[in-house]
Design a protein around this ligand. Sequence first.
Ligand SMILES: Cc1cc2nc3c(=O)[nH]c(=O)nc-3n(C[C@H](O)[C@H](O)[C@H](O)COP(=O)(O)OP(=O)(O)OC[C@H]3O[C@@H](n4cnc5c(N)ncnc54)[C@H](O)[C@@H]3O)c2cc1C
Length: 433
Amino acid sequence: MHRIVIVGGGAGGLELATRLGDKLGRAGKAHITLIDRSPTHVWKPLLHEVAAGSLDAHVHQIEFAAQAHWHHFNFVRGELKGLDRSSKTIDIATVHGGAFDDKAEILPSRKVEYDTLVLALGSRTHFFGVHGAEEHAITLDTLEQAEILRRRLLATCARKRTAGGNDDVNIAIIGGGATGVELAAELRRMEAGFRKYGLHPNGKSGDIKISLLEAGHRLLPALPERVGQTASSILSELGIEVSVADPVIEVADGRIQTKSGRAITSDITIWAAGIKAPGVLASLDGLAVNRINQLKVGRTLQSETDVDIFAIGDCASCSWNGERMVPPRAQAAHQQAVYLSKALVSRLECRVSDEFSYSDHGSLVSLGPSAAVGSLLHNSTGGYIFVKGTFAKLLYATLYRKHLAAVSTLNRACASLIIHAIRRLTMPRVKLH
Ligand SMILES: Cc1cc2nc3c(=O)[nH]c(=O)nc-3n(C[C@H](O)[C@H](O)[C@H](O)COP(=O)(O)OP(=O)(O)OC[C@H]3O[C@@H](n4cnc5c(N)ncnc54)[C@H](O)[C@@H]3O)c2cc1C
């Protein structure tokens, strides 16, 4: 039986495995395997909410093994380490970690054979070689990192409170793209929660200071100017200090240095400026990659080097409209998963399929519990319309619901929504431990 192996169960990979499992796995037409280094999936655009404690990741995780059982595919846990194209095998690293010993081996290294391989490894933070950034800044690439950030925030507030002084907590976010902007607004929401439950550093108003530092001339450089300006004024209203056109050149313990010579005190520094694909992609048996390790693919999402290997999502470099590249966004990963779930069925049946065509539906950026801003494609005019406020926030909330619906049955998606709503009513506004 034809073996389709998908590596990476994120926004793109999980949806693809689910669709192919339902179409091909269920009918016994192909054997579908999903491989991920983690045992669970959390939709990455939720990570800033996890970091700020406004969303409990445990409630929003999808267990890969259960998903595989429900949707007729096989799940293998482990990290991709190598590829041998001649024998069509991939190498999966040993999995470590146990209840009592993090170094204990749970699963040995293994080889997995494929006929068709899909790489959906996502992306991670790009530090652009800024001195000290990797060592001293926290990132938001994984659920573990989001949890580390949340615990660091709680611990820093607790330490300053116990010290009994008048010390504020200074948080610096580097990068004024969507991730940095959303995180800054969400941290203000967290502050309100801390105040309500008495977890503030020193009880003074404004004792959690948040700075957002962008190297370019405005916030949200990838979105229309009006969206960036609106986000900037909403963040200022929330008491967030926004700095633009002054790149960070060094990150040290407790301090940031900018190009203009400013030294900024920072108890917690978060790096949210730029992405690159995982380094392993540059060492996969000669597969062509670009300068940020993304796998170069053509309009059928096949690797330029090997027609049996495909890539989707943030780890793929795919052109769109000739000169532009498909952006690293959840909506792109979703569209590519939908395209490939059809194209791989056609390929199995020896039919030619159309090329992938990305359609940019616009972007929404969340700015706390009840506000968002963005621009959306107007279907009848083909232009983009500006949206903001509660309406935009409602639209933003539907993005995650759509992802849940895409990887679930209707019953399960509805049950999840009810559970999430009940949890919200019965839990504190922010996670407190
Ligand atoms: C805080 C934040 C907010 C965001 N908000 C938005 C938004 O509002 N809208 C939007 O469109 N996009 C948003 N994004 C971007 C969006 O999350 C990504 O574009 C999207 O998740 C990419 O999907 P993907 O499938 O390529 O990768 P991911 O969803 O990152 O999944 C990659 C998967 O691969 C696995 N993996 C990685 N390396 C290996 C390996 N070597 N072996 C095995 N498994 C591996 C990982 O465990 C993970 O499960 C946001 C991102 C962040 C961080």
